[in-house]
Ligand binder design. Structure first.
Ligand code: FES
Length: 210
């Protein structure tokens, strides 16, 4: 068992405005995460003996994450192969809103191979509700901020929630799809992952075809 970083803002991790760093708070909660650590910036203690060895991590060990405690609208961060991975539990309203701004996106249908085949859909996910993304901007590698509860409208009129990269102004929607006219050339990466049961995701591998 290890710890995972969870944003105390009910809408998500990284959901502060770029200029209001004081709003960002992480809770450290004990969850059934194997091999996961907190998102970048969060001081997250963990029980080392439950983590994969350094050798296993260097080799790219899969990470098992218990998602049962993620509330609707909430995001958690874990680390996989040294990269931040975000898991967002999207609300029905948010899922519905994804189709309303597709004309503003560079690659709304995920035609560029930035995701496994199973995620080449409108939601870019295996299950609509849960978005799993590598939290690294596809421009030069900064970590975008998650802006929720209307904060994203400052960068995309009429769109309440999304990811904004403060380094050079790239914008992504809540499926990780990049907006047109920004430096980032492609959508955020969806890693390989699979469900084992309803409440557990393994990041790093996909289910074998049956
Ligand atoms: S690194 Fe994100 S916009 Fe440049």
């Amino acid at each position: 068992m290890s710890d995972v970083s969870v944003d105390t803002n009910e809408s998500a991790t990284n959901s502060e405005q770029p200029q209001s760093s004081g709003r960002r708070k992480f809770l450290t909660v004990g969850t059934c995460v194997v091999g996961a650590v907190g998102a970048a910036g969060a001081a997250v203690p963990f029980v080392a003996s439950w983590l994969p060895s350094a050798k296993a991590k260097a080799a790219g060990a899969d990470v098992e994450v218990d998602i049962s405690s993620i509330q609707p609208g909430q995001m958690i961060g874990v680390k996989w192969r040294g990269k931040p991975v975000w898991i967002v539990r999207r609300t029905p309203e948010l899922l519905k809103s994804l189709s309303a701004h597709e004309e503003q996106l560079s690659d709304p249908n995920s035609e560029v191979a930035q995701q496994p085949e199973f995620a080449q859909n409108q939601y870019r996910s295996l299950k609509e509700e849960y978005l799993v993304l590598v939290g690294i901007c596809t421009h030069l590698g900064c970590s975008p901020k998650h802006l929720a509860k209307g904060a994203f409208e400052e960068y995309a009129e009429g769109i309440a929630e999304g990811f904004f990269c403060p380094c050079h102004g790239s914008k992504f929607d809540m499926a990780g799809r990049v907006f047109s006219g920004v430096p980032a050339p492609s959508n955020l990466v969806v890693p390989l992952y699979q469900y084992v049961g309803d409440d557990t995701i393994i990041i790093g591998s996909e289910a074998e075809a049956s």
